[in-house]
Design a protein around this ligand. Sequence first.
Ligand code: HDE
Length: 717
Amino acid sequence: MLNPESRPEANTAGTGAGAKDEQLEHRRVRSDGAHLTTEQGVRVDHTDDSLSAGERGPTLLEDFHAREKITHFDHERIPERVVHARGAGAYGYFQPYDDWLAEYTVASFLTDPAVRTPTFTRFSTVAGSRGSADTVRDVRGFATKFYTDHGNYDLVGNNMPVFFIQDGIKFPDFVHAVKPEPDREIPQAQSAHDTFWDFVSLQPETLHMVMWLMSDRALPRSYRMMQGFGVHTFRLVNASGQGTFVKFHWTPMLGTHSMVWDEAQKIQGKDPDFNRRDLWDAIAAGAFPEYELGVQLVPESDEFAFDFDLLDPTKIIPEEDVPVRPVGRLTLNRNPDNFFAETEQVAFHTANMVPGIDFTNDPLLQARNFSYLDTQLIRLGGPNFTHLPVNRPVVEVTNNQRDGFGQSRVHVGRSSYEKNSVGSGCPVVGGEFGDVFAHYQEKVEGSVVRRRAESFRDHYSQAALFWNSMSDVERTHIVAAFRFEVGKVEDAGIRTRVLAELTRVDGELAERVAHGLGRSATPAAPASEHGKASPALSQLNTTFGTCATRVVAVLMADGVGAADVHQLRDELTQRDVIVEFLAPVDGAVRSDQGEQVAVDRAVNTVASVLYDAVIVPGGDACAAALSGDGYCVHFVTEAYKHHKPVGGFGTGTAELLQRCGVRYGSRPEAPTTMAVDDGVLATDRTGEQAAVEFVEQFAAQLARHRIWERRTDAVPA
Ligand code: HDE
């Protein structure tokens, strides 16, 4: 899709940023020019036939090469992650903008603008298994390992700022409910089934997160275009040992953009690897994804200043109350060499902390601090997974931990205990705070209880805050998502309970969902009628304005104006838009002047859902040929239905767009002047100047991402 030759040098980032790459270089194995050997390094004369007694006789046990080859193969698989099994990863680096955060933390990777810290980031879906599709309705994981000068720090976040439950002890219940049902193992990677909604209906603490899950946030257009959140309230600690509460935010520089549900479902068939491919292709082409790290800071003296508990992971701190302050930027600039070795074996852990950052008593976080190491012991086969290249810190590791399966370190010397004299007392324990991690000295007292704090009891206010903050179009999507999901629930009692819970969030929401389910919502007063909104929560209030890396399909057939399509492509490419020429058959089409125009793909190998916009070029013969091709017509109609910019450039395209059911504002026919309405741009002009003007306007539509106000309910695609 993108041109890998245009990839700039990936790891010339400067101080520190190349450290991980250099370390990995020692572990890379290249087969170019090498001989085939066994694991013992013995060269092999033949690997296509087993050793046998006679050409047609039994295979011999002494064939050590065949046995080793098959045995190794038999053991190739490891358990997939119990959640977040499906993912894609990339290396990069993080660099702070300046040192303002030094007042709050000794973590220099966040405060020294001269330091570029190498990173590995893995994005994931949550519910599906390793081979499931990318574009399901789900939360996305956004986990980053910072290989800092003081050891590894992992920020293991999601693309939504809250979570389904308040206490980690419920995590197994929640995951069992959302995963495929245990008797039939269906549905795969879906929350639209009875057990998930049963859980939701019985656990109102899920409601705020469920609102996010039913929103467009659950359908990111790209991993490059979604936010990330640390979710929990963490703590920063400065040189005087003073703590400050902190929430971490990642904001993508390309803006936060989503798909529509119909499109997401179709992509699951057309290209199940859509998000993974998008990440890989962008990095390979040098269009490095970037995210800004921001923090919300709350002084410890304000711990109880909010109408929710800062330790409750089902709550956000509205950005209007505590602004997000920029800290630095993450750039993903290198694809892994080997999926299994790196993306599959990477092991994130919330307890991988460095000096200057610390935990709080959020009961979800506390459980996570146990769970990640525990799960990795089985997933990666024992305690030495930290030696794996992707997991190794870039700083030296010296301790008295020894042995275990897969031990790769050759420890030298007689002492493996502390204190010792035979090893000269090494490794030495201790040092200055900032160089060593010292747990934050929080005063804690209380009786041993198994009880939720009163301050965790309100489950409705922020679910309502989210609903109040949505634009009309986002609300329509949320209602449609509830109707789809709860509409898949077979048990009538579960449906009733879900509707009752929604009534407590917002009466209008419940009514609209109920209507779709052929029910009436149970009349009940909403639990909270604060009427507050947080504009920052609406995706329509996030960044727009760039069309870089958007993918535009140009449909063409014989008779196309060659100069025009090349001009269009050049103009769009200058804006870093990716343009693909599609035609009914692969190879080339013949232009109106009889020359060959190379085609990138046959249109039947792709689909409109894989593109951000579509342009149909003229002249008459080309437009007539496309009009007669059902696949091409459907392509345009579907793109139009999914609110994408649609363009017609040249003679005959107005008729073609009409044939595709594309309306121009309130009129059915596209006019032939160069004007844009409702995200549709059509002109019968041709030539260089016209192409420049056309792309100018088309690019502006592309930067809007989707033409949300376009009414497309009646479009048959
Ligand atoms: Fe996770 N989570 N989680 N989680 N989580 C895992 O760790 C867990 C939670 C998140 O790309 C597992 O190595 C518990 C919140 C991401 O490798 C496991 C609880 C958030 C990833 C685990 C939570 C996350 C995981 C599975 C409730 C967002 C993928 C395999 C107490 C802030 C990391 C593994 C990757 C993975 C446990 C809740 C994010 C089982 C017990 C909240 C991004 O340890």
